[in-house]
Design a protein around this ligand. Structure first.
Ligand code: HEM
Length: 400
């Protein structure tokens, strides 16, 4: 467990936003986040061995921004940008103004568990004269069956993820970071997402997605013996302690999904919709009852269907492939045909995408019952370097 994840809760003496957590166990282990002033005062320190925004529970609001480095920026300009970004992020995470005299749209709020996470895309390395230091794990993701990717909303040289439990705080931080990039990197795409607000449920619970399912239950947990090895990279040297983020904008075909009877919806996932309990566990099962992929009913029929999402995605079905999922919902209005432009901003963190996301998505795209109700519309892969020590900046190990 990263220093930050521990400090995030204990250092501030407040629960860091618990609902919609990256994994159910940690969320339920935390004290309920207080509504009112407690929510705004919660802090996640920017500096530490790991960047924030990976192992912390998903905040109520997220902003993703990808940038292309300008040709004139080069290595020194990139270092200046990352220095400026890190300094501003550290100040804002501490609840301080990002700069003197800035337009403080979040002036009245505390940091609200603000995290800022920076990532590097494959294209960055050539542009910054660092081609020889590009990690092999940043090799382009393969095309998957059914992909409907929009290049304009995919990829990018740099990625910034801003998460906070208050939308004004998140948007303010995003705008500060956009301004600091002026003349050095051009925004390529922006996406906004959300998860449940801490305090919205009577006690902390795993969040739900826009299909209504409890989502995040079977994520790897920091207490798992192989958590570190699955989620965090050991190399190249400058990436040790970092992670690789796979992002997918996945639109849900909600009109078709919403008309499915409940039992069909549950069969497609392999879990009960009401509480997320696995269908292999019988009526007494609860959300955290272990999934039994071999369980059959008295007629010998598998209780978790052959094409159920949890079976096809399980590490056991994919040679042990594991990733930490930390996605957010999006709802961006209506498409021209009147259907909702809504779904999941899927994010998965792993030590190596070739041993995490890629084999799992290869199987999901071919044989998963859920895929019929999804469209993968944008995709990106970023190296998320380790965190910065006090006084340092993210990416310093690469650039100096
Ligand atoms: C499990 C929904 C896309 C990988 C689950 C669960 C739900 C769910 C409800 C069960 C609860 C849990 O353990 O979290 C969705 C939805 C998706 C989506 C709505 C798209 C909009 C993906 C993608 C991947 C993925 C693209 C990876 C390529 C997994 C994994 C599990 C899981 C690894 C845990 C399986 C297990 O070991 O039990 N997902 N998922 N999911 N999903 Fe997805």
């Amino acid at each position: 467990l990263s220093r930050r994840a521990v400090l995030g809760g204990a250092g501030a003496g407040l629960a860091v936003g618990a609902a919609g957590g990256a994994w159910g166990g940690r969320a339920s282990a935390q004290a309920p986040a207080a509504a009112g002033p407690g929510l705004g005062a919660a802090r996640v320190p920017f500096h530490g061995a790991r960047q924030g925004g990976i192992t912390e529970p998903a905040q109520a609001r997220v902003e993703w921004a990808a940038f292309d480095l300008l040709a004139s920026t080069g290595r020194d300009g990139l270092a200046a940008l990352l220095r400026g970004w890190s300094a501003a992020a550290a100040r804002m995470a501490a609840g301080e103004p990002a700069a003197e005299g800035e337009n403080q749209i979040a002036l009245d709020a505390g940091p609200s568990s603000l995290t800022v996470t920076f990532g590097f895309g494959a294209g960055l390395f050539d542009k910054a004269g660092l081609a020889d230091r590009r990690p092999a794990a940043l090799a382009a993701l393969p095309a998957f069956p059914g992909d409907a990717l929009d290049p304009a909303r995919s990829d990018g040289d740099l990625w910034v993820q801003v998460g906070a439990d208050d939308a004004l705080v998140a948007v303010h931080a995003l705008r500060v970071l956009l301004r600091l990039a002026t003349g050095l990197a051009a925004p390529r795409w922006l996406m906004s997402g959300f998860a449940r607000t801490p305090g919205a449920t009577p006690h902390p619970m795993t969040g739900r997605n826009l299909m209504g399912q409890v989502d995040g239950t079977n994520n790897p947990r920091p207490s798992d013996p192989d958590f570190e090895a699955a989620v965090f990279a050991t190399g190249p040297d400058w990436m040790a302690g970092g992670s690789y983020a796979v992002l997918r904008r996945i639109r849900m075909l909600l009109e078709g999904w919403d008309t499915l009877p409940l039992d069909k919806q549950e069969r497609i996932i392999g879990r009960r919709k009401s509480d997320g309990a696995p269908l292999s566990g019988g009526p007494g099962a609860v959300e955290r009852t272990p999934v039994d992929l071999a369980a059959t009913d008295p007629d010998g029929v598998l209780r978790i269907a052959p094409d159920a999402h949890v079976r096809v995605a399980a590490a056991a079905s994919n040679g042990g492939a594991a990733m930490l999922r930390r996605g957010f919902s999006f709802h961006d209005g209506l498409l021209p045909d009147g259907s909702p432009d809504a779904g999941l901003l899927f994010a998965a963190y792993q030590a190596d995408p070739a041993r995490g996301f890629v084999p799992v998505q290869q199987r999901l795209a071919r044989g998963d019952g859920l895929s019929r109700y999804l469209r993968h519309e944008a995709s990106a892969l970023f190296a998320v370097p380790p965190g910065a020590p006090a006084g340092g900046y993210v990416g310093q190990q690469l650039l100096e």
